[in-house]
Ligand binder design. Structure first.
Ligand code: ADP
Length: 489
């Protein structure tokens, strides 16, 4: 006879044990229509206009998003200005507490943020769950810690907030970019008007709900949605003190022109075309993983993507063979499936741009190689792609594609690869793979790139500054450096 025990029976239906599969989105609460977040409330747009946001993996409409016009932007800037008088005066310790609260709430709601990020933007759930959302929360934690230590960060310089910051972000890391922008601005006592990109507004609006629930004083963070015209209205508003922009080099140049002659401060984080350099003495299997992560992470929608591969000639054959083999194992498809490696291209427009470059590369004479995987018939997808035998003058080597497309060049000497790596309009990032520390130091000092990764790639941390040279922009975000653009001394 079975012995009776007092052990509780496990009930797998209880909340704590219930972990829905990422594909199950039934519990995700999306509204049909999203208004603008101004002065602590959701308000209808003056224009009365809304635009649709779609799931790029299925072409399904997810919600309607308000389109802010110049009057709405003015309302948001006025709310931010009013809030600034109080927010900049409360004790720094209190300010820190509010930011910690945002960080903690984001951790509590992490799963919902990750699923929505993936549905709206197309990135694999594994990335939004394990990278984007935790890193976004970490940015708030990190900058919360600085709020009451500014005098130690900048001794004898009496740092003061600037005022109202206008922040414009892109669609490739929607929540993470919002965190990169908002957290340092709040920690330094500024108030914010932020605009997400038009194809990925949902997690910024979810962040607005979270900020409202956190009890942050009204008007400290305002989130206005819309496209380029809304962004331009923020840039041109006379009562904005600082613009922080992440996006394309073309729009960055427009913004720089628009604010020339004003006393607005500016930081620009723009495009990139990073060299990922593999020396013959590199740990090759690790390097293959680094190449794959460098270019196929987030479908290559990454400004610091390692989109130009340089392989030392003596190991080129073996590296290319291993890379092709590894590409065959990559799963392209449903972004909500946790086994997916490469999700959906963010928009039809972006897919068209990538396809245009595939055509250009072939016409220029580079050899196209794509993995043989099947891709879904609905939605926006692109196979992982190589352009072999690419040369320095090819447009696919010089221009940013922002997709899962890697050009491959070979080199013989260090001098040659440094010359080629730097011979480009951009200077955001680079990667170096070698067994020799001396080579790493030699290259990091000679590569004109804001970030150089050694024997790794695409690693991000709130404590380390990020930003570019040349047409990749100026100013740094992250770390102690990330506080400076929000302060006057
Ligand atoms: P991408 O080409 O990668 O879509 P963009 O630079 O066009 O990048 O977009 C980045 C952000 O800049 C988006 O939020 C977009 O709405 C905004 N934007 C586009 N045009 C302008 C503009 N003229 N002024 C200000 N912001 C703009």
């Amino acid at each position: 006879m079975a012995k009776k025990t007092n052990e509780p029976k496990l009930d797998f239906k209880t909340d704590w044990a219930y972990e829905p599969a990422p594909e199950d989105t039934s519990h995700i609460s999306l509204k049909k229509k999203y208004d603008l977040f101004i002065d602590g409330k959701f308000v209808k747009p003056n224009s009365k206009k809304y635009f649709a946001t779609y799931n790029p993996a299925t072409d399904e409409k997810l919600a309607d998003i308000a389109e802010a016009d110049a009057k709405d932007v003015d309302k948001a800037v006025k709310a931010a200005r009013k809030a600034f008088t109080k927010w900049s005066k409360i004790s720094a310790k209190e300010r820190g507490k509010y930011i910690y609260r945002i960080a903690r709430l984001m951790q509590e709601r992490a799963r919902e943020f990750a699923v929505i990020e993936t549905m709206d933007g197309g990135k694999p759930i594994r990335e939004s769950r394990d990278i984007d959302v935790p890193l976004a929360a970490n940015h708030f934690f990190y900058y919360a810690g600085w709020a009451d230590k500014l005098e130690y960060a900048f001794p004898n310089r009496n740092p003061k907030p600037i005022g109202v910051a206008g922040q414009i972000i892109p669609w490739n890391f929607p929540l993470l970019m919002a965190a990169w922008k908002i957290a340092p601005a709040l920690a330094t006592g500024n108030t914010v008007v932020l605009k997400p990109a038009e194809t990925t507004s949902l997690t910024a609006l979810k962040l607005a709900e979270l900020i409202r629930d956190s009890g942050l004083p009204d008007g400290v963070v305002n989130i206005v949605t819309g496209a380029g015209a809304t962004g331009a209205a923020i840039v041109n508003h006379p009562d904005i003190n600082k613009i922080a922009f992440t996006g394309s080099t073309d729009v960055g140049k427009l913004i720089q022109k628009a604010i020339a002659g004003t006393d607005k401060k500016l930081t620009l984080e723009l495009g990139g075309k990073a060299a990922n350099i593999i020396f013959e003495d590199a740990p090759l299997d690790q390097a293959i993983e680094g190449i794959v992560n460098g270019i196929f992470f987030n479908q290559g929608h990454v400004c610091c993507a390692g989109s130009r591969l340089f392989v030392q000639e003596s190991v080129a054959d073996i590296v290319i063979r291993k890379l092709k083999d590894r590409m065959e194992t990559l799963i392209v498809g449903n972004p909500l499936d946790k086994n997916t490696d490469i999700g959906a291209i963010n928009s039809k427009e972006q897919l068209l741009k990538i396809n245009k470059y595939l055509k250009i590369g072939k016409e220029e004479g580079a050899e196209l190689y794509q993995s043989s995987c099947t891709i879904p018939t609905k939605g926006n997808f692109c196979r992982p792609t190589l352009f072999l035998n690419a040369s320095q003058s090819h447009r696919v080597v010089q221009e940013e594609i922002f997709g899962p497309v890697l050009t491959v060049q070979t080199f013989r000497t260090i001098e040659e690869v440094i010359e080629k790596a730097n011979n480009i309009p951009y200077g955001l990032s680079a990667g170096v793979w070698t067994d020799k520390g001396s080579k790493i130091f030699n290259l990091t000092s000679k590569l004109r790139a804001g970030v150089v990764w050694a024997n790794t790639y695409n690693k991000f941390d709130p404590t380390s500054p990020f930003g570019g040279y040349k047409e990749s922009g100026f100013g740094r975000e992250g770390g102690l450096h990330g506080l400076m653009p929000y302060l006057r001394f």
